[in-house]
Design a protein around this ligand. Sequence first.
Ligand code: UNU
Ligand code: FES
Ligand code: FE
Length: 446
Amino acid sequence: MYAMDDLIDTKRGLQSASMFIDPHLYEVEMEKIFGRCWLFLTHESAIPNYGDFVTAKMGEDEVLVVRQADGTVKAFLNVCRHRGARVCPVEAGNRRAFVCSYHGWSYAADGSLATVPFEKELYGGKIDRCAHGLKEVAKVDSYRGFLFGNFDPGAISLEDYLGDVRWYLDIWMEASGGVELIGAPARSIVHCNWKAPTENFVGDAYHVGWTHASSLAVSRSMFSPMSGNQRLPPAGAGAQIATRFGHGLGILYDVNPGGQPAQTAEKILAWQATKKGKIAEKYGELKARFYGSHLNGSLFPNVSYLWGTNTFKIWQPRGPSETEVWTWAIAEKDTPEDLKRDIYNGVHGTFGTAGYWEADDNDNMESASLLPTGWQSRKLRLNAQMGIGNDTVMDEMPGVIGQAAIGETSYRGYYRFYDEILKLPSWDAFDLNDEGWKQQLIDADC
Ligand code: UNU
Ligand code: FES
Ligand code: FE
């Protein structure tokens, strides 16, 4: 059994390797993190009309996300209130009612129990239908079309929870004119802890040149000069951002198409050039520059995205050593159809189930997650000290900033909040206005 106080050392930028394997900690994560944080469900555009639904995962709980008659969205556990069978077995569609395949109880789009076969004859009026509606997720809200759910009725609002990272999300979610997730997500299983890929996307520009050396060499993308660590991005080539709730990102300036293969990259650059002037006018030069930059980021606890490599992912926990990955392509809504197609193909070729970048990463994710099963290996500390002591605040960019393209500032920010929420008794005890977290990161040093 681990000691909670020993798990994360924010001051020195260290984490216990046991956090990737400990079954007891995993249960605590389900309760304290997945039971209380805002979790990504789907994009509004996937369920535009009354009765449209998708299934999604919130931790290990499967939920039905359903567009209501009044245009709002509700989410319910996809679990029948009779004997617990799965109510809706398909991933997406349109229904006025959801009928359980076991005994045929049916539920309306608002989750209420609508009909029970032979109710009068078999239950003689003794079943309380009002008490047997589908269990509703306490809160559902959306940010710029991205829908999130929260099991905790006392949780802070989605807006507050996203906090400082909204400024960065707005670069691609708002200034771009808005985005959509294309098609159904690709789904696959990786034998890793859910935090391993999430921490990688929150702030690991370090591994790109090395882990992805051959992918970079063959694809001739804008990242290719990094292949095999032949070249370090020059000083001033990027920045890293950490925020209050663990959300963080890395920016590589002016290379938006990132890992997209050369032909698609060219088209993306040409397309973005047509939009940049207007974006600069409306949102300022800095946001226009970031729009044309590559952003790699994660939203706490388990969503990741690459603005530029057009990838949007959720890492769904299935026990401490297994993760189900869902991968979508992101595109600006107004992208021409043929370019959208190229982007979609590019994403699924790089970061989809059989993507070559994905395959590069998965070996590392699995070894980093599975080796700490060893009793001695588990006692090691993982090191996220790169750039420690240089983190700072800036006037023009929210959050705590690491002023280098490669560093571990957002790793430290991610695990700072991970530690805080594991120890937080309840959201009532949380002070939204406490700025102490910034100093914690700035003061960190080894
Ligand atoms: O996957 C990542 N973490 C990443 C990809 C980071 C930077 C650039 C590209
Ligand atoms: Fe980073 Fe081994 S060099 S995990
Ligand atoms: Fe990678």
